[in-house]
Ligand binder design. Structure first.
Ligand SMILES: CC(C)(COP(=O)(O)OP(=O)(O)OC[C@H]1O[C@@H](n2cnc3c(N)ncnc32)[C@H](O)[C@@H]1OP(=O)(O)O)[C@@H](O)C(=O)NCCC(=O)NCCS
Length: 173
């Protein structure tokens, strides 16, 4: 996939992205809002491992794209499809370099990827779980048309605290 949007491009990760990935992802304010699978500090070695993981899983159903701004990979966005009875659902995840926050880039990326996924795959539900303190991400999802479905109480343990996760979903009727 290569999706040209007005402020960014969504495209596959390349080996040459290692340096920009490590530079932009190495941020506690990003780490604090995502799964612990996302390392901190985000070293060059971690960036190499991520790009190798994406390349090895190219033919799996997981979709992982770089968010490119001005020719540089400055964020990531992806979809993890469910299995078994969840097979028509997918989880969306995303992060962006802090220097680009507040410009509408992720809202545009979420809209772009969800449109692409609903058009090209047999999905009827795309969902996200947002930590209780992540008001910015909740706003992104609302702007992208997701509905707040409920609160998963004490569902995540992050940064030393056990917190609620707010469930958002976009459903194709
Ligand atoms: C969340 C994140 C992806 C948002 O990216 P972004 O490109 O800045 O998002 P956008 O500019 O499209 O929209 C952000 C919206 O949240 C609002 N916002 C941000 N922080 C806020 C806060 N603390 N309180 C209220 N609103 C806030 C912005 O004002 C904007 O809304 P607006 O357009 O109505 O003004 C980015 O901050 C990030 O990478 N965070 C760390 C990783 C993360 O949280 N990933 C998602 C896990 S669920």
């Amino acid at each position: 996939m290569h999706l040209e949007l007005s402020q960014c491009v969504l495209r596959p990760w390349h080996a040459e992205d290692v340096g920009s990935l490590a530079r932009h992802a190495n941020n506690r304010n990003i780490w604090r809002n995502v799964r612990d699978r996302f390392p901190h500090p985000y070293t060059l070695e971690a960036a190499r491992e991520w790009i190798q993981y994406v390349e090895e899983n190219e033919n799996s159903q997981e979709l992982n794209y770089a968010i490119e701004v001005a020719g540089e990979a400055v964020g990531g966005i992806g979809l993890i499809p469910g299995h078994d009875i969840d097979r028509r659902s997918a989880e969306i995840g995303y992060w962006l370099s802090e220097q680009f926050w507040g410009r509408g880039i992720i809202t545009e990326a979420v809209r772009g990827l969800t449109d692409y996924a609903f058009t090209n795959f047999d999905l009827c539900r795309i969902w996200a779980g947002v930590f209780e303190w992540n008001v910015g991400s909740m706003r992104v999802l609302e702007k992208a048309g997701f509905s707040r479905e409920g609160v998963l109480r004490k569902a995540a343990t992050k940064d030393g605290q056990t917190i609620d996760v707010i469930l958002f979903a976009l459903v194709r009727e």
